[in-house]
Design a binder for this molecule. Structure first.
Ligand code: HEC
Ligand code: HEC
Length: 221
């Protein structure tokens, strides 16, 4: 009996010890406020990022990408591409996103990738023109042999789910955002695509084909 009482006391002491060790001392040192804890990834996502991408990464603004369900490594890579390194300008030139990543550490970018990857994606619900969607569907799955345009499906998958870590998921993305990215790749204004695969694909596509495929992608589920 005595032994058990002793053990309970010891256990209680062991639990209390770390807390009392951190308790502020009753002297002048405690006048300084404790340093703020670093923001958690949830706080970052539901704070500064939420205004444009929503807290769960399901942006409803057609210019801003849906991030929910995207592969973690891809999101992390894109965040790093928005960041200038040394004297090098960022590979992806977006004044908005470059300002956003300026204060993020490598660990934050990794954690944000994991955070958005595990959110359930809500695909774009913006209505798309049916004829455009039909034309885009043919191009997405079969490419265009005459113009040597490869099928998007060969790298982004038949359902648009992509192949991690290099080929992003694109199904259900807002057409306006996709179109903007296709233009940026085409004009070589979006870097970070190491073998320039997207640029090679796009130099062979006319504006109508780009619009059609963007419309189709927004309807993929
Ligand atoms: C003021 C609006 C705004 C805010 C705030 C914002 N973003 Fe963005 N984000 C954008 C826009 C616009 C783009 C597309 C940029 C481009 O390609 O020109 C983008 C692109 C991205 C991409 C690339 C996605 C892809 O599919 O390639 C990621 C990842 C991203 N944002 C994450 C974040 C994170 C994380 C935060 C918070 C730290 C954040 N964004 C805050 C507007 C915003
Ligand atoms: C040979 C492989 C390949 C083919 C074919 C291909 N892509 Fe890509 N695509 C890529 C790679 C790799 C990236 C990522 C580049 C990076 O890391 O920034 C990408 C990125 C993208 C993105 C940017 C996604 C985002 O949110 O950042 C879009 C949109 C896209 N591709 C659309 C298409 C479309 C439409 C087609 C067909 C016309 C196509 N791709 C064909 C390899 C390919």
């Amino acid at each position: 009996m005595k032994m058990i009482k002793m053990m309970v006391m010891l256990a209680a002491f062991a639990m209390a010890a770390p807390i009392s060790a951190e308790a502020p001392e009753d002297d002048a040192a405690s006048a300084d406020p404790p340093p703020a804890a670093p923001a958690t990834v949830e706080e970052i996502a539901s704070g500064v990022c939420a205004g444009c991408h929503n807290a769960d990464g399901n942006s409803v603004i057609p210019m801003n990408p849906i991030l929910a369900g995207q592969h973690a490594e891809y999101i992390t890579k894109q965040l790093m591409d928005f960041k200038a390194t040394g004297n090098e300008p960022p590979k992806r030139n977006s004044p908005v996103m470059s300002a956003m990543v300026a204060t993020l550490s490598q660990e934050d970018m990794k954690a944000l990738g994991a955070y958005y990857a595990k959110q359930k994606a809500t695909p774009s619900s913006i209505a798309a023109d049916e004829k455009l969607v039909e034309a885009g569907k043919v191009l997405y799955h079969g490419g265009n042999l005459g113009d040597e345009i490869p099928a998007c499906a060969s790298c982004h998958g038949p359902t648009g789910a992509g192949i991690p870590p290099h080929y992003p998921a694109i199904a259900g993305q807002h057409a306006e955002y996709t179109m903007m990215q296709l233009e940026l790749f085409n004009k070589a204004e979006r870097g970070g695509d190491d073998n320039n695969v997207m640029q090679k694909v796009l130099t062979r596509m006319n504006p109508l084909e780009k619009r059609a495929v963007s419309a189709y992608i927004s309807t993929m589920r």
